[in-house]
Ligand binder design. Structure first.
Ligand code: PGA
Length: 244
């Protein structure tokens, strides 16, 4: 995995947007997978502005939703589906039938997983994924300790994830499980972009890049990926042994 210290959050978001745009110029109908969360918001804004300037066309691309809180749906503020539609899919004008997301309220989560796996396969596999890194190193809801399972996974949420969930919902709500595209499917994407900013992410960035490769830190599993790039601001790069 390569690391690029972009200096600022804005520049990190710009560089990520540049990578997405470059891919879509070559492959306008590629299948992409973007994380929700706070970190990619600057990327979404950049991409939407670039599209308004006709520098990228995202409307022919396909989008697989990375994850969802089990039990939450579009009416729940802070659910991944609500965040992604409001912050990205709708303002970017992505046709509804180009988007497939987990239904966190479905009665049968195993079925949700199989349907997502088939949808991804039917659309040629994920070409590029943009991921955040949780404070505990989770990727989507691939929580610490979750093995590199095949396909999509339903997992019990880590205590760190449950505690941090308050920032998305504005209050503590009972969340126990998540459904996520699994590490093997994410790792099979030819291009993987990880984003992390802020001093609070510095320890997990260091563990991701220079710690042991272990499922206890799921983001470290991407060290093995030949084309993964971790874009950070200067603060998140602060604990790396060799600053670039
Ligand atoms: P964040 O979340 O972007 O809100 O920091 C990252 C994650 O938990 O995957």
């Amino acid at each position: 995995m390569k690391h690029v210290n972009c200096g600022t959050y804005r520049e990190m978001s710009r560089q990520a947007a540049g990578c997405v745009a470059e891919l879509l110029r070559e492959k306008p109908e590629a299948l992409l997978c973007f994380a929700a969360g706070t970190t990619p918001m600057g990327l979404f804004e950049e991409l939407i502005q670039m599209q308004a300037r006709a520098e990228v066309d995202m409307t022919r691309a396909w989008f697989a939703g990375l994850d969802e809180w089990v039990g939450l749906g579009p009416a729940d503020a802070g659910s991944c589906i609500q965040v992604m539609f409001d912050s990205f899919y709708t303002p970017a004008g992505i046709p509804r039938d180009h988007i497939h997301v987990f239904d966190g309220m479905a009665a049968d989560m195993t079925r949700e997983c199989r349907v997502m796996e088939k949808w991804i396969a039917d659309h040629g596999g994920i070409e590029l994924t943009v991921l955040g890194i949780g404070m505990n190193g989770h990727i989507g809801f691939n929580e610490p300790g979750v093995p590199e399972t095949r396909g999509c996974v339903v997992v019990d949420l880590d205590e760190v994830t449950k505690a941090i969930s308050v920032k998305y919902f504005g209050k503590q709500i009972p969340v126990h499980q998540g459904v996520s595209i699994g590490m093997d499917l994410l790792s099979s994407a030819p291009e993987v972009i990880l984003l992390a900013d802020g001093v609070k992410k510095a320890p997990i960035v260091a563990a991701t890049l220079s710690g042991p490769v272990t499922c206890r830190v799921p983001s470290s599993l991407l060290q093995k990926h030949p084309r993964a790039v971790l874009l950070t601001d200067a603060d998140a790069a602060g604990l790396l042994p060799n600053l670039d």
